[in-house]
Design a protein around this ligand. Structure first.
Ligand code: AMP
Length: 400
């Protein structure tokens, strides 16, 4: 039994008003949606409920409006793309509560889909204000949350509503939670984590949590320099947070106590300029020239990363191994990603990856589709990796 209710637990919903929290926070340029990935992700839940005859009422935030309603942050900009992706008519309302919402809901037929206006046009949303939550709840009989990416926020539409209405996880939320459970919640061991990216400072909680949960932690990217420098090795002009030497040491101590192997690069690809095609050379990590910076981990390190991936049954990945946006410093990230994809395809590995730049790095390597699960939920995915309880998820579990 899942730790939360899903659409499988929802029967006889014809004619019921189902409030569905979705992530429609899509990028828009010149008034046009430029990427419909987020809409595609929530489409299965919306269409399933509509086919079952529910009145599907969508709740979402869009951008960061500061002072109430504005044309710039109106979900009416997104509605045409929702219609297109769903291949189904989408009704709209000029507010998410009050008379405008109530009259739009009252006009709905079974199976209709209605997109209410941006929840963040009301200050109560982000304050999880009980009066605002009640006003939202007035238009629904059932609450479905399909917005994992907003689950780290305790807002009215992501958390509050579950206290007022029977609450269920949508299909995307369900898939995300099941994948995360396999990744770190209840993984098949050995579990290896790869953490890269620019800085230790943005990932201290994440590293501290991982060393307690995984069998090996592979550290790459700019943040590896901070660990290497903390060990007493000169890192030249590399990106390095020298002031975090004690934190890095503490993470290594915690790892040793927990029996987690810390895997740092043995070699690096160094350059004198941070730009594509910059002249570069491979050096031992103990011999970084004073005037050079490490922009990628070297071939010996890549072999070591691959060996850890080969040993692993479960892989959790956040952050690139090098400055992957500028060639050839994408080499290690691409090689490791391809190998993880190969092991996954061979049925030897469960691979879960996520966090902003990781998704673009895996897309760049052309293997995002081949991982077991790639989360597009930036902040929520990172908080999950940090071991934090996500309010939007906790409240669904409490409703079980
Ligand atoms: P993050 O958002 O923390 O995952 O960091 C991702 C960024 O780290 C990417 O923009 C990479 O270019 C950058 N990065 C990775 N490795 C290095 C490195 N060795 N030196 C400088 N930047 C790096």
């Amino acid at each position: 039994m899942a730790a939360f209710k899903t659409l499988d637990d929802l029967n006889d919903i014809a004619g019921k008003r189902v409030l569905v929290r979705v992530d429609l926070n899509v990028p828009v340029k010149d008034g046009k949606v430029t990427d419909t990935t987020r809409i595609e992700r929530v489409a299965p839940t919306i269409l399933e409920l509509s086919k079952k005859g529910a009145k599907v009422i969508l709740l979402a935030h869009f951008g960061r409006p500061k002072d109430g309603p504005s044309a710039e942050f109106s979900l009416s900009l997104v509605a045409p793309s929702v219609e297109q992706v769903l291949d189904h008519a989408v009704l709209t309302a000029s507010d998410c509560i009050g008379e405008a919402a109530a009259s739009a809901v009252a006009k709905m037929n079974n199976g209709d889909i209605l997109l209410l206006e941006n929840t963040r046009f009301h200050k109560g949303e982000e304050k999880n204000d009980p009066d605002f939550t009640k006003a939202l709840a007035a238009n629904g009989d059932i609450y479905v949350n399909d917005a994992f990416s907003a689950a780290h926020r305790a807002h009215s539409s992501t958390e509050g509503l579950a206290h007022h209405l029977p609450a269920y996880a949508g299909r995307t939320m369900q898939a995300e939670l099941e994948a995360l459970e396999k990744g770190l919640g209840n993984p098949v061991r050995p579990v290896v984590a790869i953490v890269g990216g620019a800085k230790v400072s943005s990932k201290i909680d994440l590293l501290m949590n991982l060393v307690k949960k995984v069998d090996a932690l592979v550290i790459g990217g700019g943040m590896a320099n901070t660990f290497i420098a903390a060990r007493g090795t000169d890192v030249g002009k590399s990106l390095c947070e020298h002031d975090l030497a004690d934190t890095a040491k503490q993470i290594m101590i915690e790892a040793a106590t927990a029996g987690c192997a810390i895997v740092l690069p043995e070699d690096g690809v160094v350059a004198r300029e941070f730009k594509a095609g910059a002249a570069n050379e491979i050096v031992s990590i103990e011999a970084i020239p004073d005037d050079a910076m490490v922009l990628d981990v070297g071939p010996k390190s890549v072999d070591a990363v691959k060996a850890w991936i080969e040993r692993a049954t479960t892989l959790v990945w956040n952050g690139p191994l090098g400055a992957f946006e500028i060639e050839p410093f994408d080499t290690a990230t691409v090689a490791a990603a391809k190998y993880a994809a190969e092991r996954t395809k061979a049925g030897k590995l469960t691979s879960v990856a996520g966090g902003g730049d990781t998704v673009s790095a895996l897309n760049h390597a052309g293997v995002a589709e081949e991982f077991s699960y790639v989360s597009t939920a930036g902040g929520a995915f990172l908080e999950w990796m940090e071991g934090k309880e996500l309010p939007g998820v906790a409240v669904l579990s409490a409703n079980r």
